[in-house]
Design a protein around this ligand. Structure first.
Ligand code: PMP
Length: 354
């Protein structure tokens, strides 16, 4: 098409997980929370006044930043909010990297595939480092890469493998002036957040989301925690792109969610308990399943290929995630659902294997 730029014609966009309308699936493909958002969220929506929609929201998301700062034990100036953590991660590329060899970003070969797409979109060079055989990060290999910074999904996606805070501290101490962006989308299912380290390390930016542990994927809100200079850099980029990434409904819903710590502690522990139970069952059926610190399991190398498992489960009404690329095609990523969802999954897998 002659009207499209070279970039629009040639870039390989990120493929989001299927969100099927119509047929109802046991949906274990996009790491959504199987439990509803906290009751205060429903109350906030019920009490929401349409008068709030007449005006633009605050461009600096001041009220929400203050609430997040209080919950995270930092100051509002250390918080940046975006339309999903995807947007926050995207803005990191122009904010902290240069489109020159040696000044780009570095991340694992098996990790959140959006990093590669953002790098291409912003023209930032990207170096990938293979995971170790046990799916852990090869920190020594990371250190050897000439770059301006690293994206580390912790826990990693799609493997679920986590890095303890103290290991992150050693890595942070060893990278000189390079930036470490810790993508903690799934961290609430692990409890080793590096947010406390942001007070010690000005080369650390932690990115979090309301989509997973807060069960608010539909509202689109994520945030970064870090030194004021890093946050200011993100604001400079946001203000070149979208003045109001956090709308008024989003603001009220997220503030309400932050007030319900106890509810979320319970739903998180239910998910974690199910994660362990489902993992044991999959191991028992001959799958390789790295120990997961997230709300999903990476399972494969059993009697069936990843593709066959994905296709047969889909035909049986259970959706999981499969990537038809060489490093991933032996595996499927399976979100931990409710006990009933997981029972359906395990029953169908048993049938497929039989
Ligand atoms: N980071 C990782 C590792 C993810 O898996 C996801 C979800 N696809 C995100 C970030 C983005 O989540 P959201 O934009 O919903 O905050």
């Amino acid at each position: 098409m002659q009207y499209l730029s070279d970039k629009a014609r040639t870039i390989a966009p990120y493929t989001a997980g299927e969100q099927p309308a119509g047929r109802t699936f046991v949906k274990l493909n996009t790491n959504e929370n199987p439990y509803p958002p906290a009751p205060a969220v429903a109350a906030a929506l019920a009490g929401f006044s349409t008068e709030n929609l007449r005006r633009y929201p605050e461009p600096d998301s001041g009220m929400l930043r203050a609430a997040i700062a209080a919950a995270e034990g930092v100051r509002p100036e250390n918080i940046f909010c975006g339309n999903g953590s995807d947007e926050v991660l995207a803005l990191c590329f122009p904010a902290f990297f240069n489109p020159r060899e040696g000044e780009g970003a570095c991340f694992a070969d098996i990790t959140y595939s959006f990093y590669q797409v953002f790098a291409a979109f912003f023209g930032i060079p990207a170096t990938t480092v293979p995971l170790n055989a046990d799916f852990s990060f090869d920190f020594e290999a990371f250190r050897a890469v000439k770059c301006r910074g690293f994206f580390l999904a912790n826990p990693n996606a799609p493997t679920g493998v986590g890095v303890p805070r103290e290991e992150m501290r050693s890595f942070l101490s060893s990278v000189g002036e390079r930036l470490v962006i810790a993508d903690e989308a799934y961290m609430d299912f692990y409890g080793q957040s590096c947010v406390p380290l942001t007070k010690e390390f000005d080369n650390l930016l932690v990115v979090k989301t309301f989509s997973k542990s807060y069960a608010l994927a539909g509202i689109r809100c994520g945030y970064a925690v870090g030194a004021k200079d890093l946050i200011d850099g993100l604001f400079r980029m946001k203000d070149c792109f979208n003045s109001y990434p956090v709308d008024m409904v989003c603001r009220d819903v997220c503030i309400a969610a932050l007030s319900e710590r106890e509810y979320y502690r319970r739903t998180i522990s239910l998910v974690c308990a199910e994660r362990e139970r489902v993992r044991e069952a999959l191991l028992g059926m001959g799958f390789t399943v790295p120990e997961s610190r997230a709300n999903f399991l990476f399972a494969g190398r059993a009697k069936v290929s990843g593709k066959t498992l994905y296709e047969r489960l889909k035909a049986a009404g259970v959706l999981v995630r499969f990537w038809d690329v060489p490093v991933l095609r032996d595996f499927c990523r399976i979100t931990v659902g409710t006990k009933e969802d997981n029972e359906s999954l395990l029953k169908e897998i048993a049938d497929i294997l039989a």
